[in-house]
Design a protein around this ligand. Sequence first.
Ligand code: MD3
Ligand code: FE
Length: 417
Amino acid sequence: MKTRSFSAFKYSFRAPGSRVEGPIRFAVGQAVLGMVLVGRSQRGICAIFLGKDAQGLRDQLAEAFPDIELLADQPALARELNQVIAFIDKDQAEGVLDLDIGGTAFQQKVWQALCGIPSGQTRSYGEVARDLGVPEAVRAVAGAVPPTCWPSPFLAIAWCAVMAPCPAIAGASSASVPCWPRSLRHEPLAVVPDLSRREVSMETRALFEVTARDPRQRLGPAAVVLRGFALPCVRELMPAVENIEAVSPFRHMVTPGGFTMSVALTNCGALGWTTDRRGYRYTAVDPETGEPWPRMPDVFARLANKAAEAAGFEHFEPDACLVNRYAPGARLSLHQDKNERDYDAPIVSVSLGMPATFLFGGHARTDAAVKVPLHHGDVVVWGGVDRLRYHGVMPLKDAPHALLGSQRINFTFRKAG
Ligand code: MD3
Ligand code: FE
């Protein structure tokens, strides 16, 4: 067994495959957005469950640790419970938490590798696999890492801590599928705000960041996905959307063919994209309010410029930002973006909230389209020979996002005029 000490957590890895040393004492408390159960074995915290009610949480504990004595003990767990709740509700790490971490030998190796990543640095799955001496095990590494969508590094660690007792994991091979505590499998985490909102201990931040996939993924000769590129700005982007929407509300526009779009949209910047029975075009004035579109917030322009640069397009200065809002079921059929004057400038697209499947087609409508999953924080940059490719978005599945709920927001930055 190895132990590592950090500012907010002390990790204690059990012998691979071994059982928790009981009894488990547990306590249940109320966080702002849900109930929390904290369980402690002889070695440390072995369960952190989130759910709607105390009975459901107790059932999950019993399911996770079927043969171990469970003792309700509020006083004994008061400190840990308060620490966990403070972390979830207030982003505060108060003192050290001992975590009793199980898992297979392989999972433990991966988690220890994550813990060893210096603060502020990131690693791809491939790099972690190489560091572990198993370069071919990229998928297995990915399977052992907390999911990217996890809204809090703290909970990512909690996830590691509670994976061990899951029966599906016992004796599993290195390719095992992660087993979520039941409360989290079915319920999206509406418990904590976005990662970028919190100052976490460096180590936990590093643990989270490693979960990002390779940050750059090429879609075409001049089309690149920058995974998670917008995450650091999310806390500034969301209030900015509220300001935009207060001036120029989201609305469902009508296409020249007479169809009402399922996507709701608004704009910011000098020019805004609109459609009605007369056609598609850019206007300086919001046709609904008769006023200019709200100005483009600096954080938007900066993000778009930096993303374009990261994809190889220098000096991108968008004058238009179309803001699309997708509710479950909303879609965008295959189309080209042809209403801009200058096809030399790239287009930058930022995805927030629920994941979507983006369709990336060819230069003819009938060319086969590649499906590209886009997640919260992903940025895509298109330019050059890929600028006029057909593209669209598949009907949005309802999988509520921790921060944005049942919606997806997409910003499309363009040089339109
Ligand atoms: C691919 N919006 O509003 S932006 C749109 O997710 C639009 O809401 C999508 O397509 C959305 O027109 C994605 C992405 C985009 C923009 C321009 C492209 C993709 C592109 C140009 C060429 C190829
Ligand atoms: Fe488009």
